[in-house]
Design a protein around this ligand. Structure first.
Ligand code: NAG
Ligand code: NAG
Ligand code: NAG
Ligand code: NAG
Length: 367
């Protein structure tokens, strides 16, 4: 009785925490930037060209912020941007000198290469460990059908619950609550996809409790800030189900694709030069959304992908489970929607993905 109350309480607070503490990657050092929606609208067409590809490949955030953090952590110090004494870090900081902490951060950072072929390795990197944990072995086989369930308010009144649960493998995002929403969002979860900012508050709970979908549901996190490896080191040892970290090569691929679409959309809508993009988007903050990476992951591990709860409409909330009104400025959702349109209609035009020789499985977006 007491235990279940304890377990329920933190999760009723999670959506709130998630917004307050940092829903999204890079939010800790977030500054105000001009909303992408505020472009002037003089339309000039743009097409893919070498400077667009080159600009899309720049990632000043990793080059500076992440590198400095990794260096500090590997030399046993807290990055200067994170006050060591902060109570939030008290528990995780104990991991600073653990060998598995150093090993995991080195493994991750050491793979920092642009290798779009990583798309073809996602089954090895993600599905194989999950199969091993579940005591199954069907190497090289992808999941027959996957549902990626986003958190958009368009899910409310959708009645998609049974349709979602009808998929072999259901992926949910950032610990969105499902209790009370089953009719619209389903009740089955096979993989919980979270960004490392969501793991952070979990790390300060007993047993690193981070399982709104049940303790047996595997979690995959993508690393927003290197300092979150401390949370990982604390949590990995106490989780029964796998706690996987996305490969940095996959992060890099996702980042380039989203930036490419954002640059393209920017020049098309404003008629300004691509170099001006960074006046509207803070390059150090710019990042793909969790939903984007979850869709990319599903492309790699599933034969057929259905996507729910992506997109918006004038009369629906940003998230089905919270009252957050606005999208976060650090994502360019419109650019991501343009990517999804290409993914469905003409995947061959998508740069970087196309270079990987990867063929995109059939994909359906449900409204
Ligand atoms: C530019 O925007 C217009 C209007 O939204 C669209 O029809 C066109 O396809 C876009 N061009 C490119 C190259 O994205
Ligand atoms: C995480 O935990 C699993 C299971 O205990 C272990 O096999 C794996 O090596 C750990 N990962 C790291 C990076 O320590
Ligand atoms: C990725 O797949 C290729 C081809 O199957 C293989 O040679 C390579 O070792 C794999 N890399 C990883 C990191 O799994
Ligand atoms: C997904 O989860 C359901 C319910 O927990 C389970 O029955 C099913 O076997 C899982 N599917 C896969 C492919 O692991």
């Amino acid at each position: 009785m007491k235990l279940s109350l304890w377990l329920r309480l933190p999760f009723s607070l999670l959506p709130l925490l998630a917004i307050l503490v940092l829903l999204s990657c890079r939010a800790t050092i977030r500054r105000t930037i001009t909303s992408p929606a505020n472009y002037d609208t003089a339309v000039t067409p743009s097409s893919s060209n070498p400077s667009l590809l080159r600009l899309a490949s720049d990632d000043p955030y990793s080059e500076t912020v992440v590198r400095n953090d990794v260096d500090a952590l590997l030399s046993g110090k807290f990055p200067s941007s994170y006050p060591h004494a902060s109570f939030i870090w008290r528990r995780s900081a104990t991991a600073l000198h653990r060998p598995e902490f150093r090993r995991s951060i080195l493994n991750w950072w050491g793979n920092r290469l642009f290798q779009p072929e990583i798309m073809s390795n996602l089954t090895d990197l993600v599905k194989t460990p999950l199969d091993q944990h579940a005591g199954q072995s069907n190497p090289n086989h992808r999941y027959a059908s996957c549902a990626v369930v986003g958190n958009s308010g368009i899910l409310l009144k959708s009645n998609h619950g049974d349709l979602i649960d009808g998929h072999d493998f259901v992926i949910r995002l950032n610990n969105a609550r499902i209790h009370g929403y089953h009719r619209n969002v389903g009740s089955k979860t096979n993989l919980s996809f979270i960004n490392s900012n969501i793991l952070h508050p979990c790390a300060s709970r007993d047993g690193c409790f981070c399982h709104p979908y049940g303790e047996d549901v595997p979690i995959i996190i993508y690393i927003c800030q290197a300092v979150h490896f401390l949370d990982y080191a604390v949590c990995n040892s106490s989780h029964k189900a796998p706690l996987l970290i996305t490969d940095i090569r996959f992060d890099m691929l996702c980042n380039r694709i989203v930036k490419y679409y954002s640059l393209k959309r920017f020049t098309n809508l404003t008629g300004k030069s691509m170099e001006d993009w960074s006046k509207f988007h803070d390059e150090k903050m710019f990042h793909y959304s969790s939903g984007f990476q979850a869709v990319m992951l599903a492309l790699g591990i599933c034969d057929r992908v259905s996507v729910f709860g992506f997109g918006k409409s004038a009369d629906s909330k940003h998230h089905y489970h919270t009252n957050q009104k606005e999208e976060l400025d650090l994502h360019d959702y419109e650019a991501e929607y343009e990517f999804y349109r290409d993914l469905v209609e003409r995947p061959k035009v998508i740069p970087f993905l196309q270079d990987s020789g990867f063929s995109v499985p059939p994909l359906v977006f449900y409204r």
